[in-house]
Design a protein around this ligand. Sequence first.
Ligand code: 3HC
Ligand code: NAI
Length: 646
Amino acid sequence: MVHDAVRVVRLDNPPVNALGQSLRSAVVEGIAAANSDPTVRAIVLSGTDKAFSAGADITEFGTPLSTAKPDFPEMLASLENSPKPVVAAVAGVCMGGGLELALAAHARVARPDARIALPEITLGVIPGAGGTQRLPRALPADEALDMILNGKARTAADLKDTGLFDAVDENVIEAAKALAEDLAEGKRHAVLLRDRGPDNAALGAAVARMRGEPGLRQATVAALDAVEAAADRPFDDGLALEHRLFAQLETSDDAKALRHAFFAERALSKPEGSAPKGGAVERVGIVGSGTMGRGIAISVAKAGIEVTMVDLDADALSTAREMIKASLVRDVEKSRVPAEKLDQILGRLGYAQGLDALASSDLIIEAVFEDMDVKLKVFSDLERICRPEAVLASNTSMLDIDRIAASTANPGRVVGLHFFSPANIMRLLEVVRGTATSTATLATAVAFARRIGKVPVIAGNCHGFIGNRMLEAYLDRAFTLIEEGVSPYAIDKALEDWGMAMGPFRILDLAGNDVSYSVRKTRKAMYPHVYISPLGEIMYLAGRLGQKSGGGWYDYGPDAPKGRPSPDVEALLKKERLTITRPQRTCAPNDIISELISALAREGTHILAEGHAASSSDIDIVYLYGYGFPRYRGGPMYYCMTHGLT
Ligand code: 3HC
Ligand code: NAI
């Protein structure tokens, strides 16, 4: 057979071949045209180099276009019922409905680096085009269920031996054409996935194991129901159930919130300027080798950038060197870093006691004590030592970036880079724009943040920037609830049950009640008219500093590493409430949630109005990535807007 007898039908809907109504229609037409052309004997369905397809067009969700004809079932049927064999040639991303499209073909070939996933669960839905029925017929039960429930991408190379692909080949189109020819000539045979049987027993057992997990969200339960149907119902019945469940989930609160989060990430405000030519960051200096300096150094070195870490204290430096190495070795043990990369990463890290070692750095991140005088001295020294084009950044969590910048001759090159602890894990990075920060500096900082895998949110220079300023308002409200008679443990429980990673009092115990006390003392001096509860100070004066002192709002010990309610704190609060004399009340969990999440959003609204955040969705990203806000609630601004809270 001549190669021309294989028709390549190419998906072409930039940037990611989202399968909206028009592309679905083009697929159906392309397959039909190939079938009606007598010179064509077999069909290859391919995408672009970057994307076979990223799946259904998410912007169509919840709109009539989502089910407009031809819908997914019709498009998949055009492949499955094609009289001429169809081979999917998969390169780039192949996700969600894109993978489901490939699963409906007679056979599949993939490039080794193709990224394969069913990420629907991350959008609060389940695969809605046969993924829950066909994938368990293509992969071992545990692997199929894992892909459906976790939504994580795997490479085709990683899936090579699973049977999902008939071949994994660099020359994917050529290999797919050769396979299509063989199928057309009867040299090889393909069995559609719908006609294969899954391993019913293994699938049933895998589903049963997962059902026992606590706190399953609606989409996960639906995914388990659908996969279970693959094990114990005929194919078409399973498909019908999947279809029904998908339609129910598409307009659920979780799905809407998760879609908001997806688009908020992509809509993050961008700097107006671009990083100047030659402004690429290849050498980073870090001043201060404490908790934050170490975490930042790990992130930067992992991203392939040279790091020089400076500290005045030689012991701190050698401790940092040991701790960084131990952290990277743990990463290797947990397969987060390939073993062969360890030495390369360690080789990028240098240590020095004097700032002179930073003379050739492109970007210097200061992470010394949170003390204005110490920082001012560091910046004036850096100014003298560093190249004039180098960007000077401060990791301060609260101090005034404009004051720091004013201590230098060129404040345009000063910016805040507020990392979150642990800085090698947390992805949020507030990029704080001072009054004088130049657009080139901001653009360099944002590009650098992305390069090291962080999620940069541009914030204005106000006290606490976006995240911590809102946190203060949230804590203020939590303290007044205690004054009104509500237990701190009831407050934490309500919020944690609702999905927050930690309640406010666990956060305080983790950060340290001494740190919180000092922040509140500063605020009291800055804003004398604002009521600040005395309870934080009372805890501090009682020596209840948090986890570090074995007791804060909770008692800690070997038998209670996560803390247990403290009778001493309850007695203390009982006594203090008598002196505070606020009207006492009871508060149901829902009221606790409404009041505290509203407090966050109210402060967010002030931040927006003052121009310290570009959009309310930027603020949501701060909370999703920096403060353990449940993604399926969309973020505090989104939640309050959609629930009528003020
Ligand atoms: N629908 C609509 N738009 C999409 C999309 C989709 N499935 N996937 C990506 N886009 C858009 C993005 O919004 C972005 O638009 P913008 O340029 O206007 O901001 C653009 O495509 C590029 O996306 P990214 O910036 O995210 O590009 P990356 O290269 O960083 O990432 C990706 C590419 C890995 C494909 C990532 O975009 C992604 O994860 N997309 C979503 C994949 C997904 O969840 N698919 C399942 C959809 S649900 C489904 O298929 C239901 C089915 O079962 C019926
Ligand atoms: P840390 O106390 O753990 O480390 C500070 C380090 O700086 C010490 O090793 C000290 O020897 C060194 N140092 C002090 N003065 C110096 C100087 N003049 N030159 C060189 N080194 C000097 O402090 P941590 O927690 O790492 O905080 C650093 C900065 O990061 C602070 O501004 C803090 O507010 C901010 N931050 C801290 C967070 C946290 O959770 N710890 C979170 C976000 C920001």
